[in-house]
Design a binder for this molecule. Structure first.
Ligand code: PEP
Ligand code: MG
Length: 551
């Protein structure tokens, strides 16, 4: 992100008259900043073209082994169970067993299944109680290895190289969640709006993104050199040497980071303000901690469903939630139960087509009305992970008191079920909700009695209050999180929460709007939750406010 926005604006304006092959302009840019790189033009024709030679399988497995090693090594720092897992992973026996199956003609995934079965059988035969009890750990390791097989940018993104600018007519969150976003330098799309989930994912990685280019996106061909100036909503196609040099210079200056503020901030009136991070994966949690976040304000768990071919099992989810809790280093972490529907469709659930999915069976509505089993599995996994640290559970899209009461009942049943099986979990796990429907705003005085905490989701709240589709580029100019209508709802929710001593944060994009920090602080917001790349910026804005108030 550019450190000096004025300099950037001046320079970018002057650039539009230079002799570039083409400048593509849009009315919408989202994650700000500049990217320079060659185009990787995304096409769904790649699907199924993945080669599956023995060499591919070996390299997929080895890269998964490396990634898994890195993850377990991090976890093992304060955890003896993970130390034992690390020792097992480092044992050549595991590697040799899997590779033998690959050399026998199996895919990497099949080889992992067969190797796990073999090792499990061998352990069961050993006359040693301790070794037999390690089977769960072995399964845990194999689950991690399998999950990390998907981390390599194969298949859909075959040929993508580090530093590329991803170019697509349309891009779905489920597709984007299949790659390591740190590989990209920027994203350009033909469709999409400023608050679509693609935009949110890009913002989390500070990836410059220009959306809504329309048909102009078709001008970009694979390997074309691009400059993406998201602050100006412009894309330079095959820029001339002078433009390139100027942007390279700008990029160099913008990479200097402000000093990292590690702690939450005390306001002059003695109140504490925290800046949490919005995440969607374990990698995000790690990055958030490196960036000095005070906790995780929203872990969008639906991305676990979007990136797989079937619903993640309770055990699979438990392992991810537990790791996330451990990565959070004792700081609070808020998991939002899956918000499936709207622009996040999960093919394996085979949900019926809806003409108006943002107003349909989305999020908790889908869980309560169609698939309570999904909610129960997720709540049990989250409860089990609560034994490892400070974890909160948050429910999306609540629009009636009945819905929250039903969730609470199911939650209590899950607790009883685990208790009866002797499974440990934390005695008090806060159960809260998002405030993202107008109904939840109007009923806030009732919700304070049954919800442990709130987080205001201004991305949806804005689309529902203003009746403007957050993902439709044609109405993008009407979509304003700073509109008076939205701000008055926000003010009311913060005010009533404070009067009733119920914690209220904000995880919608309004919390990351630096021009609004002071206003939100004056409304009494005590917890901002923002894309990982914005944590320090917002902390600095809060410090600026504090200094000004003292003067
Ligand atoms: C919101 O609606 O503001 C929010 C944080 O949730 P999402 O963007 O995932 O819908
Ligand atoms: Mg939402």
């Amino acid at each position: 992100m550019a450190k000096n926005p004025k300099m950037q604006t001046r320079l970018s304006n002057s650039l539009t008259v230079s002799q570039n092959k083409m400048i593509l302009s849009s009315s919408s840019s989202v994650a700000k900043g500049i990217a320079i790189g060659k185009a990787f033009v995304f096409s769904r024709e790649h699907i199924g073209s993945e080669t599956k030679t023995e060499e591919d399988a070996l390299s997929m497995f080895r890269s998964s082994l490396l990634n898994s090693h890195k993850e377990i090594e991090d976890l093992a720092k304060n955890n003896s169970i993970m130390e034992a897992q690390l020792a097992f992973l480092e044992d050549d026996y595991l590697k040799d067993t899997v590779e033998e199956f690959i050399l026998d003609g199996k895919t990497a995934s099949e080889a992992l299944d067969l190797a796990l079965k073999k090792i499990e059988e061998e352990l069961l035969e050993i006359d040693d109680e301790y070794l037999r009890s390690r089977i769960q750990d072995v399964k845990d390791i194999f689950f991690r290895l399998k999950k990390n097989l998907g981390d390599s940018s194969q298949g859909l993104f075959q040929g993508l190289e580090k530093g590329d600018v991803l170019v697509a007519r349309t891009l779905f969150p489920s597709e984007l969640s299949q790659i390591d976003l740190t590989l990209l330098s920027g994203i350009v799309t033909g469709d999409g709006g400023a608050s679509s989930h693609i935009s949110i994912m890009a913002a989390g990685y500070s990836l410059p993104l220009v959306v809504a280019l329309g048909d102009k996106v078709n001008e970009i061909k694979p390997k074309d050199k691009l400059i993406v100036d998201a602050s100006m909503a412009k894309v330079y196609l095959s820029p001339d040497v002078e433009t390139l040099r100027e942007y390279e210079c700008l990029l160099k200056h913008s990479s200097c980071q402000d000093d990292i503020i590690e702690d939450s901030i005390n306001l002059p009136n003695g109140e504490k303000v925290s800046v949490f991070a919005n995440v969607a994966s374990l990698d995000d949690v790690r990055q958030a901690m490196r960036n000095g976040a005070d906790g995780i304000g929203i872990f969008r768990t639906e991305f676990l469903y979007l990136s797989s071919m079937q619903a993640p099992t309770e055990q699979e989810q438990f392992q991810i939630y537990r790791d996330a809790v451990l990565f959070s280093n004792g700081k609070p972490i808020t998991f939002r139960t899956c918000d499936i529907g709207g622009d996040k469709q999960v093919p394996f659930l085979e949900l019926k087509h809806e003409d108006n999915p943002f107003l349909g069976l989305r999020a908790i509505r889908m869980c309560l009305r169609l698939r309570p089993d999904i909610l129960r599995t997720q709540l049990r996994a989250l409860l089990r992970a609560s034994a490892y640290g400070e974890l909160r559970i948050m429910i999306p899209m609540i629009s009636s008191l009945d819905e929250m009461v039903s969730v609470k009942n199911i939650f209590n049943e899950c607790r009883e079920e685990l208790r009866s099986k002797g499974v440990s979990f934390a005695e008090h796990v806060p159960l809260g909700m998002m405030i993202e429907t107008p109904a939840s705003v109007f009923l806030i005085s009732e919700f304070v009695k049954i919800s442990d905490f709130f987080s205001i989701g201004t991305n949806d709240l804005t689309q529902y209050i203003l009746a403007v589709d957050r993902a439709n580029p044609d109405v993008a100019p009407l979509y304003k999180q700073t509109s008076e209508a939205v701000l008055s709802a926000v003010k009311m929710v913060i005010g009533v929460s404070r009067q009733n001593s119920v914690e209220c944060g904000m995880c919608g994009e309004l919390a990351a709007d630096e021009s609004m920090t002071e206003k939100l602080l004056r409304m009494g917001l005590g917890e901002f939750s923002v894309p990982v790349g914005m944590v320090q910026k917002i902390k600095h804005r809060i410090v600026d406010f504090t200094v000004n108030e003292k003067e």
